[in-house]
Design a protein around this ligand. Structure first.
Ligand SMILES: NC(=O)c1ccc[n+]([C@@H]2O[C@H](COP(=O)([O-])OP(=O)(O)OC[C@H]3O[C@@H](n4cnc5c(N)ncnc54)[C@H](OP(=O)(O)O)[C@@H]3O)[C@@H](O)[C@H]2O)c1
Length: 268
């Protein structure tokens, strides 16, 4: 991958350096999404049809930077979501930084309609977390309790801010929110998203596909700051946006913006 902005760097980008936040200080939530050039967040119902090799690599890297992968139950059901299996090198990279070898997975669900024999529970190296609410069907909760840690955050539905607080209390500070659009929109509405990593896939789809956010309009449009744009040889763009909605932004998260271009090269 090459960097196009804030100024071009032709050599292969060091992705760890480009995305790692050294010390977030408090919980840091990154949304990781892919969309077609006309804004579709799914192709024939799946995100995978939008992706490419470099996107898969970046997605794995963002997982490698996370303590926990936060995901909505529909994405788990549709994508046959399984556990994360980092390479031995990535595991060592993580433990060198005081992280667990493998990120946990936290699934947000009211229905708790998740198959206890599914890959989410059988392929994982760490017991998943199920984040549900008081209105969840007790018999389904009981089934999941055998295969996961079940926590409650909210009454009729999950309060996403409370859910994130529960994760933080468990020491899960680096959160990669992997969607889907319903969950991500709530994280933003709750003012809890710090970054958006958006891959723009060189595809046009039209049709009824939803966008990367789904749900009621945000009360106030959220302003984004572009930290960098990368590209690969296949025409994918990788946009790292920072959100301006949190006044206590971690000091290093906008390092790319604050650093200076080489002499003679103007910032756009
Ligand atoms: N483009 C991308 O990068 C990307 C990423 C991820 C997913 N996707 C695509 O997006 C689609 C799925 O996304 P989606 O928006 O339909 O669903 P989603 O956000 O993955 O999951 C929605 C489900 O999560 C649970 N949920 C969400 N908020 C909740 C709350 N506040 N309280 C309780 N439960 C809550 C509910 O589960 P229950 O029904 O179990 O109660 C709800 O039905 C799939 O097509 C997937 O392929 C695309």
């Amino acid at each position: 991958m090459r960097r196009l902005l804030p100024w071009p760097v032709g050599d292969a980008v060091d992705l760890d350096a480009a995305y790692w936040v050294e010390d977030p200080g408090r919980q840091h939530v990154v949304g990781a999404m892919v969309a077609s050039a006309d804004g579709a967040a799914e192709a024939e119902g799946r995100a995978g049809g939008l992706s490419g090799p470099a996107d898969v690599r970046l997605f794995a890297l963002l997982r490698g930077h996370a303590d926990v992968l936060l995901v909505g139950a529909s994405t788990v059901r549709i994508e046959q979501y399984g556990g994360d299996q980092p390479s031995p090198e990535r595991r060592a990279w993580r433990t060198d930084r005081g992280m667990a070898e493998v990120p946990r997975i936290a699934v947000v669900t009211r229905s708790c309609a998740l198959d206890p024999a599914g890959p989410l529970f059988t392929d994982t190296m760490v017991r998943p977390l199920i984040v549900t609410c008081s209105a969840a069907p007790p018999e389904r909760v009981a089934m999941l309790t055998d295969v996961a840690d079940v926590v409650t955050a909210g009454d009729d539905s999950v309060d996403i801010a409370a859910a994130l607080d529960v994760l933080a209390e468990r020491g899960l500070r680096r959160v990669s929110c992997e969607g889907g659009p319903t969950l991500l929109a709530q994280a933003i509405a709750a003012g809890r998203l710090d970054e958006l990593s958006l891959t723009v896939s060189p595809l046009l789809l039209a049709g009824p596909a939803r966008r990367i956010l789904s749900g009621p309009p945000l009360r106030v449009p959220v302003r984004l700051r572009l930290a960098h744009v990368l590209e690969d040889d296949d025409g994918f763009l990788f946009l790292r946006y920072l959100l301006d909605i949190r006044p206590d932004q971690p000091p290093d998260s906008d390092a790319a913006l604050r650093s200076q271009p080489p002499p003679g090269m103007a910032l756009r």
